[in-house]
Ligand binder design. Structure first.
Ligand code: BGC
Length: 252
């Protein structure tokens, strides 16, 4: 059985759990701390060390979802985290500060991997996109089960800004929008996504996916739309799955 720690760093919370990667479930209750403000590398690594200690994972290898574009371990965007993360090599930075080898993946890609394997995307072919509606909007897009990494469909331009500033759960809270007001913004966004990529299935993830019934009536879409089965846990599970796969292939 694959048993490994998964951590999900978001704009608002840092969550961790011990994951059974064969079944896509937690083996111990998850632990969550607020993302420190400012979310500088130094502050975030302090919370990271605490989470590692909470799970007795000091010096062990594990996986982590991080809210930015990540190529060859380097952070290339910082929409909802401190700008001082830009250009940092995440693997080396955390290896030095925690002693752990950590596999970093974009947080939405990690969530999408888990939802495709164990959730609503299971056995689905064609173009499937998972949109995580959290502090920002993240995306994970698949063609016949294969991920195209680092897509940023929350950052499509809209009203001289980006959709993330209108249709994320963070925008709903910040502007104190009613479900109907927010649902209408989300409807514009989902129709735009539908128009530009013609997906076969759109999955809504993030914490707000569990409130789907409160806003689904405001959405009028020609494409199949479902709420994620794994909600906010998907990011932790996907990060763990990807780390386990990477470590087991490098051990062969
Ligand atoms: C970031 C993405 C991230 C998403 C969700 C966006 O602002 O650019 O990389 O996946 O927020 O955290």
């Amino acid at each position: 059985m694959g048993e490994i720690l998964g951590i999900d760093i978001g704009g608002t919370g840092m969550k961790a759990a011990l994951v059974d990667t064969d079944r896509g479930v937690f083996l111990k209750e998850k632990i969550k701390y607020a993302t420190p403000r400012p979310s500088t590398p130094e502050n975030v690594s302090r919370v990271m060390r605490q989470l590692i200690k909470d799970f007795d994972f000091e010096g062990k290898r594990f996986g982590c979802g991080f809210p930015s574009i990540i190529k060859n371990n380097i952070c290339y965007s910082a929409a909802n985290i401190d700008k001082s993360w830009l250009k940092i090599n995440l693997y080396e930075y955390f290896l030095e500060r925690t002693g752990s080898q950590i596999v970093f993946t974009n947080d939405a890609d990690a969530a999408a991997i888990a939802e495709m394997r164990f959730g609503r995307g299971k056995d689905r072919k064609g173009t499937v996109i998972l949109l995580t509606l959290g502090t920002g909007i993240g995306s994970g897009i698949f063609l016949d089960g294969k991920l195209l990494p680092n897509s940023e469909f929350g950052h499509l331009l809209y009203k001289k800004s980006i959709f993330e500033h209108y249709a994320s759960n963070g925008a709903r809270k910040k502007k104190d929008l009613s479900w109907s007001e927010w649902g209408k913004e989300l409807n514009v966004y989902l129709n735009h996504i539908d128009h530009i990529i013609s997906p076969d299935l759109i999955i809504l993830g993030g914490g707000v996916s569990k409130h789907f019934a409160k806003y689904e009536d405001y959405i009028d879409l020609n494409t199949e739309l479902v709420s994620a089965a794994m909600g906010n846990d998907a990011g932790i599970i996907g990060a763990a799955i990807l780390a386990e796969e990477k470590f087991s292939s490098s051990n062969q």
